[in-house]
Design a protein around this ligand. Structure first.
Ligand code: PMP
Length: 284
């Protein structure tokens, strides 16, 4: 497997960054994960725009190679050969001569990319597969979750607790308000209304979330951004999670609450998945 680091393609086993890199010392870095199907990057411009936004908010300088990110990512896809891949891109504030909160003015940002084979959404092949099991958890993250920062301890710790080790996803709530998953956005269906928490809440504006909001509304579905409270959960007919690598996946259980069942064709998540599959056909 090949990676890319600061202007060079380097085999995975040989790539190295300094421990004085601020990404290592402070988690002073941002990232993106972009899916590619049939060797074509999906929603690349949307990911690049969010990456630029994360850099701008954190004041991490824009690396020179960002201009060429598309051809560089395409080259990495070619080298790693899988038909469908997920590209990981991380940009740190760079290597400092010594550890200090204030970075040296000579610091040059580090740009690292790797890719892995993209595991195709299992609900495409088997839509009857049992939905995900998720757990509610108080959201203790910082208040700028719109920045896609690599500092992800609150997102990671729950999966290392024994009682949550069998959960597929953690659903963060801020008091009564449901925000998002630890690695995905969340949608709810109440009768024929599809709802996802609004951008004013502390969430990452998922590229997949935004894609489904736009495309489902274009296709005539009743979809809106609105606050959802914990007490509304037992009225939900469906819950889904979305992300660039998961696409869209249904939830079966939240804590001890099991969601109601219906015929496959009646599920809105299934209709949404069909919209995505059609779009992917024309993208590839
Ligand atoms: N929220 C969080 C916290 C995430 O980590 C992710 C996945 N990166 C998402 C939402 C979904 O974002 P996207 O659709 O852009 O992958």
């Amino acid at each position: 497997m090949w990676t890319y680091l600061n202007g060079e393609f380097i085999p995975k086993e040989e790539v190295r960054v300094s421990p004085f890199d601020r990404g290592f010392l402070f988690g002073d870095s941002v990232y993106e994960v972009i899916p590619s199907y049939n060797n074509k990057l999906f929603l690349f411009d949307e990911h690049l725009e969010r990456l630029r936004n994360s850099l701008s908010i954190t004041k991490i300088p824009i690396p020179e190679s960002l201009e060429d990110l598309h051809p560089l990512a395409m080259e990495l896809l070619k080298k790693n050969q899988f038909l469908n891949q997920a590209i990981y891109i991380q940009i740190t504030r760079g290597v400092d001569p010594e550890r200090s909160h204030v970075s040296a003015n000579t610091t040059v940002p580090t740009l690292f990319m790797s890719s892995t084979e993209l595991e195709i959404n299992p609900y495409r092949e088997n839509p009857h597969k049992k939905g995900l099991k998720i757990k509610l958890e108080e959201d203790i993250r910082w208040k700028r979750c719109d920045v896609k920062a690599t500092t992800l301890l609150p997102n990671i710790i729950p999966f290392h607790r024994e009682e949550e080790s069998d959960s597929d996803e953690i659903l963060f709530h801020d008091g009564q308000k449901i925000n998002e998953g630890s690695k995905s956005n969340v949608f709810f269906v109440f009768e024929d209304l599809i709802v996802t928490p609004p951008k004013e809440q502390n969430i990452l504006l998922g590229v997949t979330r935004n894609y489904f909001l736009k495309r489902l509304s274009e296709e005539g579905f009743n979809v809106t951004e609105k606050e959802v409270r914990i007490k509304d959960l037992n009225k939900a007919d469906e819950i889904w999670v979305t992300s660039s690598t998961k696409e869209i996946q249904p939830v079966h259980q939240v804590d001890n609450m099991v969601l109601p069942g219906k015929e496959l064709e009646e599920y809105y998540w299934h209709k949404a998945l069909k919209v995505l599959e059609e779009d992917l056909k024309s993208n590839c």
